[in-house]
Structure formats: structure tokens, C-alpha cells
Design a protein around this ligand. Structure first.
Ligand SMILES: Cc1ncc(COP(=O)(O)O)c(C=O)c1O
Length: 336
């Protein structure tokens, strides 16, 4: 682990975040929920859930907090299209459509015509409902033709994946401050945090903890198979960019990150026996709704670590629920 060069106070960190442009989209703070029945069934540590699925708008999720920072430059810069493309059941596409509706902008989705594209359900249904122009394509040429049409119409297009990229991680520095306040209010010092490791939520939490000088194990579970060492190195690169934006003078390397692709199954988006078990278990013990693509995998990783004996009953683990619950409706056939 590299040396901590600068540690800022929470107030100073908040002040640096406050200097950045920000939209008001999320209902914050999100709740921090106790899960005593789940802890008991697993014979495991105290489990707290940070409810980022409850960020409020359009069925919530981590993207709502992220877009407060990352979409602000689109508004300041006078862009008129928010673009996103990924899997047909993309949460980010749903929230791009929702935020565009809220801001009076056009949303264009260029998603994949994949196995979950029909029947129209879950996130895809919501993207339609929020008024997005939904395109589901099979080839790069089809995608390029849509982008070319937007250019020829003179549209100013803001891609919610690539534009404002590092600001999405910045938002979870803010998320870390919020969570840490809640834990301190309750006098809880967790032994670990578990979060879905795409990029941004994981990176923001790690940067937040390091900036405040808090030694905390933060475990990321990837929704996709990955080379863990390469993934950690990439997370560190993003963390260094975030550190610069916030003027933190921190230096991250791959050794500062712990992430696992081992719970993803064969490919992104597949339901594994473990993710199915977890979705059902969380629902039936705590009425907690997870999804099989992101949070089900993450919680599956946590459960595996509990079963390996990594945590004792007197320890506390925080699970960061990053949302994604509408996708569940497109996976009903595999969950029940
Ligand atoms: C439910 C859910 N959790 C986690 C992630 C990972 O997101 P990020 O890289 O922004 O942390 C995503 C990404 O789409 C998601 O939809």
C-alpha cells in the first residue's frame, strides 16, 4: 500500500467537492439499513446495507448520485442530447433517459439487441417510458450510422459513459463522506465494505477513505470476469485522476485495490447459481431486492467470504447496494 501523503479533514474534502458543478437529482442521504435476519441466517458478521438503490429518481441506483456531478458539464455546456449504449437492460441507459427527461433534454439509447431485449421489460421498458429514442443494434456500423445522423442534425451529444468519466468516481468520494458520517453517528467502525466493482463507486469510496486517512478494507466484486491484477491497476489509474481533480496529492497503485472477477460467472449478465441463491435469500430474509447482474454477484462474493470464515459474528460489514433492481423483471424466468 502506498504511503498516505496528504490527509484532509472531512470538512475540507466537502469544500473541495462543493467547488465542482453539481446537479440536484438524488434524495440524499440514502438510508443505512441493518440486516439482522440475514446476519443470523449466514451465521456471520453484522451486515449493514447502504441503500444507494434508494437515491430516489426512476428506481434509483448509483448512477443518480454519479450523474449529479458527471452530467453537470452537459447542462453548463449547452448539450442537447444525452447518449448511452450498453446492454439492453442497462441501468445506466434507464437513468440517462430519466435524467434527460428531468432536464428537458433528448435521450438517445444505442443499446445491444441481446438476449434480454425482448419482451420489452425492466430497464428497457423504463427507457422507453422516459421518452428516450431507443435503438437496439447488432453491429458497429448500425451504431455509427445513428451517431452520424445525430451529427448531421447538428445535435450536441453528451455521452454519459465517456463524458464526465472521472466525475462519476468523484461522486462516490461524496458518497463515502455521507456513509462515514452515518457510521460515526452510530459509533460503528466497520471491518469491511463490499461494493460492486465496475469502476466509479469502488474508486470513489477508496479515494474517500484514503483522503480522510481511514484504513478500511474495501472489497469490489466485478459483474464481469476479469484479470484481477489488471483490473486493480486500472482502478488505481482512475483513482489518481480523481485525486488530481480534488487536489489530494494521493498516489494509488493496484495494490491499493481489492477486486474479484471470480463471482461473475462465464460472462457479464449471466445468472449464476450463487447470484440466484443470493437474490432469493436477501428477499426472503430482509425484503431486500437485489438483481442477478450486479448486486446479486456482489452479495454472492460477500457470502462466499463469510463462508470462508473471513468475518466473525462480532465484526461489521457494510454492503453498498448500488441499485439495478428493475433488471430483475427481465430475469424472472431464471430467478423463480
Ligand atoms: C446496479 C449497478 N451497480 C454497479 C454498477 C457499476 O457502476 P460504477 O462503475 O459506476 O460504480 C452498475 C453499472 O452500470 C450498476 O448498474
Amino acid at each position: 500500500m502506498s504511503n498516505i501523503k496528504t490527509v484532509v479533514t472531512a470538512n475540507e474534502l466537502r469544500a473541495r467537492l462543493d467547488r465542482l458543478p453539481r446537479l440536484s437529482l438524488a434524495d440524499l442521504p440514502t438510508p443505512l439499513l441493518d440486516c439482522p435476519r440475514l446476519s443470523k441466517v449466514l451465521d456471520g458478521p453484522h451486515i449493514l446495507v447502504k441503500r444507494e438503490d434508494q437515491t430516489g429518481m426512476a428506481f434509483g441506483g448509483n448512477k443518480v448520485r454519479e450523474f449529479e456531478y458527471s452530467v453537470a458539464p452537459a447542462v453548463e455546456g449547452g448539450y442537447d442530447v444525452l447518449l448511452h449504449g450498453a446492454a439492453s437492460q442497462s441501468n445506466q441507459s434507464r437513468l440517462t433517459a430519466a435524467v434527460a427527461a428531468r432536464l428537458g433534454l433528448k435521450a438517445v439509447m444505442v443499446g445491444k439487441k441481446d438476449a434480454r431485449a425482448e419482451p420489452v421489460n425492466g430497464n428497457l421498458l423504463l427507457s422507453h417510458l422516459f421518452g428516450a429514442e431507443v435503438n437496439l443494434v447488432e453491429t458497429a456500423e448500425e451504431r455509427e450510422a445513428i451517431l452520424e445522423r445525430l451529427r448531421s442534425e447538428g445535435r450536441r451529444v453528451y455521452n454519459t459513459s465517456s463524458d464526465g468519466y472521472y466525475l462519476r468516481s468523484v461522486s462516490y468520494v461524496d458518497g463515502f463522506l455521507e456513509l462515514w458520517d452515518q457510521l460515526q453517528e452510530r459509533d460503528i467502525r466497520p471491518d469491511a465494505l463490499y461494493v460492486c466493482s465496475g469502476v466509479h463507486t469502488h474508486v470513489g469510496l477508496v479515494v474517500g477513505a484514503r483522503a480522510l486517512g481511514i484504513p478500511l478494507r474495501i472489497v469490489g466484486i466485478s459483474p464481469s470476469p476479469q484479470d484481477n491484477i489488471a483490473a486493480n491497476a486500472n482502478l488505481a489509474k482512475v483513482a489518481n485522476e480523481v485525486s488530481q481533480i480534488l487536489d489530494l496529492d494521493l498516489d494509488f497503485s493496484g495494490a491499493d485495490f481489492e477486486s474479484y472477477g471470480d463471482y461473475a460467472g462465464e460472462a457479464y449478465g449471466v445468472v449464476t447459481p450463487a447470484s440466484k441463491e443470493v437474490v432469493v435469500l436477501a428477499a426472503q430474509t430482509e425484503a431486500l431486492v437485489l438483481d442477478p447482474v450486479y448486486t446479486g454477484k456482489t452479495f454472492g462474493g460477500l457470502i462466499d467470504h463469510i463462508r470462508q470464515g473471513q468475518f466473525t459474528a462480532d465484526q461489521t460489514v457494510v454492503f453498498v447496494h448500488t441499485g439495478g433492481t428493475p433488471a430483475l423483471f427481465a430475469y424472472g424466468d431464471e430467478i423463480l
